[in-house]
Design a protein around this ligand. Structure first.
Ligand code: SF4
Ligand code: FES
Length: 237
């Protein structure tokens, strides 16, 4: 095991663990936006910055990416860390002026408004890529991707058209840290990425729980019977 200290607390860490993982394992909270426990780090938002001291060298690093090393001293709450985090939030807020989640985080850090020019035409997305990763790696579908470059880079379906590849599972919507992917459900129909999906109602409890198209896709790709999948997880025996 590797020995480090975080805010003066002695912590043991497995080789290869990141500072963020060790901090969380020891009950020390570090704010994050683009990190997801199941999908891993993206290193895009820089909100998780902490100060690390190795020998005499002190630097700011992204804790979600930084691997632990023997004797590392980590500080998560110094004045410098707080100042930089506030600045990062201000920049993210200006980039995504319509994201209530970012606005809320900023206000909690004492940032009441942003001083930079708001990005136009972006609104909520920080381009972290977690939605694309979830769709590709966790679901195995690849219905969305990042396209264009620079300030017009954006996430979406190919040619911004509704795509038959999407199964309507909503993983991208649920995983998005800033609420940038809209999904609605009304009268047994889920709408996402320009398509409407009829929802399956569980024959036992009657709740709508997944798009019929998603269940058919799951039956086809896993070999599990469609009849079994048509009952919601809570009511399956
Ligand atoms: S839509 Fe959400 S998850 Fe996808 S890149 Fe943008 S912020 Fe990240
Ligand atoms: S959580 Fe570490 S860079 Fe976003």
């Amino acid at each position: 095991m590797i020995n480090i200290t975080i805010d003066g607390m002695a912590c043991k860490a497995a080789p290869g663990a990141t500072v963020l993982q060790v901090a969380r394992d020891n009950g020390i909270e570090i704010s994050t936006l683009c990190y997801h426990e199941s999908l891993g780090p993206e290193g895009r938002c820089r909100l998780c910055l902490v100060e690390v001291k190795k020998g005499t060298r002190v630097r700011l690093v992204a804790s979600c990416l930084y691997p632990v090393e023997e004797g590392l001293e980590v500080q998560t709450q110094t004045e410098k860390v707080q100042q930089v985090r506030k600045m990062v939030l201000e920049l993210l807020w200006a980039r995504c002026p319509d994201s209530e989640i970012i606005a809320e985080m900023a206000r909690k850090m004492g940032v009441e408004k942003f001083r930079f020019k708001a990005d136009e035409g972006n609104w909520k997305c920080i381009l972290c890529g977690q939605c694309v990763k979830a769709c590709e790696e966790a679901v195995g579908v690849s219905a969305i991707g990042l396209s264009m470059r620079g300030s017009i880079k954006k996430v979406g379906t190919p040619y911004a058209e509704p795509t038959g590849v999407c199964i309507g599972c909503g993983a991208c919507h649920y995983i998005c840290p800033t609420g940038a992917i809209p999904m609605t459900e009304k009268d047994g129909v889920r709408s996402i990425w320009g398509r409407d999906f009829k929802m399956a109602a569980c024959p036992v409890c009657g709740n709508y729980f997944a798009p019929e198209y998603q269940l058919e896709w799951m039956a086809k790709t896993t070999g599990v019977s469609l009849d079994y999948l048509k009952t919601c997880q809570n009511c399956r025996k």
